[in-house]
Design a protein around this ligand. Structure first.
Ligand SMILES: Nc1ncnc2c1ncn2[C@@H]1O[C@H](COP(=O)(O)OP(=O)(O)OP(=O)(O)O)[C@@H](O)[C@H]1O
Ligand SMILES: [Mg+2]
Length: 229
């Protein structure tokens, strides 16, 4: 579905990604792990068209997408959920969903049905200002928003960063529920969650992929994964 082939990416003169390769197959949850500053966000931003590559290619469903605009890629089904958990604070949950349904040309009632069906707690929060949601609920709102219009590939940057453990569980349950219906590349530092959801794990260090793990037994051992970090 997606293959990233030997991409180099720089900010100005500073090269951050060095010949990065990554593969995501249809329906898979691919995780990218690595320490702070390893280049994980840079990789996600490059895939979704916010940053350009100096060299290499990015192929999505057989088509070269390197250099395409983020809006074009969103309509092709690639959605990026940024690390900062920014919702439209001054708008209600319903209005946040409405903006996404408008952007993806989906009927609002249908979008709300999907969102509240996937996360029933939002039924009572539709008229609440999104700024009043907890960090976990904001992340869930962002994921639900990205799901409107049946995307093909979600790029989720650190969905559980800064969340209390009880809400991490809500995010985990939502991701588990989505698994199989949509493909995702997820940056995540919580190796417990990685070990339970990943089909494949890429380890990033100093802008390079230093290891790819596909063996399910190895993935399911969170302690073992920790040793690579
Ligand atoms: N806009 C920018 N301009 C210049 N350098 C940047 C910019 N954004 C990030 N960097 C640098 O690029 C490197 C990789 O950053 P990136 O945000 O991709 O790392 P990360 O793996 O996502 O880290 P974290 O776990 O902290 O989110 C870092 O050295 C960072 O300082
Ligand atoms: Mg980051």
């Amino acid at each position: 579905m997606l293959s990233v082939n030997a991409i180099d990416v720089s900010y100005g003169y500073a090269q951050i990604l060095h010949s990065v390769c990554l593969e995501a197959k249809k329906g898979q949850f691919v995780f990218v792990v690595g320490r702070n500053g390893a280049g994980k966000t840079t990789l996600m931003k490059t895939i979704c068209g916010l940053l350009k590559c100096n060299s290499g290619s990015i192929v999505f469903e057989g088509q070269e997408i390197q250099g395409m605009k983020t809006e074009t890629l969103a309509l092709k089904g690639i959605r990026f959920i940024a690390q900062d958990k920014k919702v439209f604070n001054w708008l209600t949950v319903r209005e946040n969903l409405e903006l996404a349904s408008y952007a993806s040309r989906v009927n609002l009632a249908e979008a709300i049905r999907m969102a509240t069906g996937t996360y029933p707690r939002f039924k009572d929060l539709l008229d609440t200002k999104a700024g009043r949601l907890s960090g976990g609920q904001k992340e869930i709102l962002l994921i639900l928003r990205a799901l409107i219009g049946s995307p093909k590939l979600l790029l989720i940057d650190e969905p559980t960063e800064g969340l209390a453990s009880i809400v991490i569980d809500d995010v985990y349950k939502l991701l588990k529920r989505m698994k199989g219906d949509v493909s995702a590349i997820i940056v995540e530092q919580n190796l417990n969650l990685v070990s339970q959801l990943a089909d494949c794990v890429y380890l990033m260090k100093e802008g390079k992929i230093v290891k790819q793990i596909t063996d399910q037994e190895e993935i399911s051992n969170a302690k073992g994964l920790e040793e690579y970090l």
